[in-house]
Design a protein around this ligand. Structure first.
Ligand code: ADP
Ligand code: MG
Length: 214
């Protein structure tokens, strides 16, 4: 039977998987950013997540909030692009919502993900449809909640969130960017996937893999 909670080691595993995924897809993320940005999203995410992994390897916190906050602060301080503060805020707010616990059950993880999403909205002021990473994250968090509300377990929620994030990423293709560097291109930003939505799909794919493995 699949686990009904994710503990601090599980959250660490998620972060490690996300780091490996952005490192593996680094060229692709940069290619996406070269079409509508400044060709650094792959490098930004790979550098940031590698700094996070190093930091956590030197002092792995025992509590969920410490782990998530350490990841968030490391991202904010190691990535110069927009994505560093945005993903950093996501993990920081997740940590604040999680609190000093050793494990999160499905509703607690849902609440933490929602808090992370709200932190990104507060920081970046983007709305759904602006062609940003929110277009993958917002449907993912909604799908996570909907699965639980429908009686689904943690594994089903994580799976549905990963599928929704990938669908949201793909749905950025025709959009005209209204936030971030891509917005400077106006109508010419249409016809390209948003790089941040692509990395966010990897974030939820990694969470699903962690839950499925647990
Ligand atoms: P930069 O744009 O500074 O070069 P990155 O290339 O690392 O930083 O990240 C770009 C991504 O950040 C975009 O594809 C978009 O998804 C996301 N992004 C940019 N601005 C915002 C914002 N205000 N709100 C949410 N996401 C944003
Ligand atoms: Mg960029």
């Amino acid at each position: 039977m699949a686990a009904e909670t994710v503990d601090t080691a599980g959250l660490h595993d998620w972060i490690t998987r996300f780091g490996a995924a952005v490192a593996e897809k680094r060229e692709w993320l940069t290619e996406l950013d070269s079409a509508i940005g400044d060709a650094d999203h792959g490098a930004n995410m790979a550098r940031g997540m590698s700094a996070v992994s190093e930091k956590l390897a030197s002092s792995a916190p025992a509590a969920a909030d410490d782990l998530l906050k350490t990841a968030g602060m490391t991202l904010v301080s190691s990535v110069g692009g927009a994505s560093g503060p945005l993903y950093g805020t996501f993990f920081l707010r997740m940590g604040m919502a999680a609190g000093a616990v050793q494990e999160l059950d499905a509703p607690a993880l849902a609440a933490a993900l929602r808090a992370g999403l709200e932190g990104i909205v507060a920081r970046g002021k983007a709305e759904p449809g602006d062609k940003t990473l929110l277009d993958a994250m917002s449907p993912a968090v909604d799908a996570f909640d909907a699965a639980l509300a429908g009686g689904g377990d943690l594994a089903e929620a994580a799976k549905n969130a990963a599928v929704a994030a990938a669908t949201g990423r793909d749905a950025t293709l025709p959009l005209v960017a209204r936030k971030g560097r891509a917005s400077y291109l106006g109508e010419r930003s249409a016809g390209h996937l948003d790089p941040g939505a692509a990395s966010t799909a990897l974030l939820f794919e990694s969470l699903d893999a962690t839950i499925a493995a647990g």
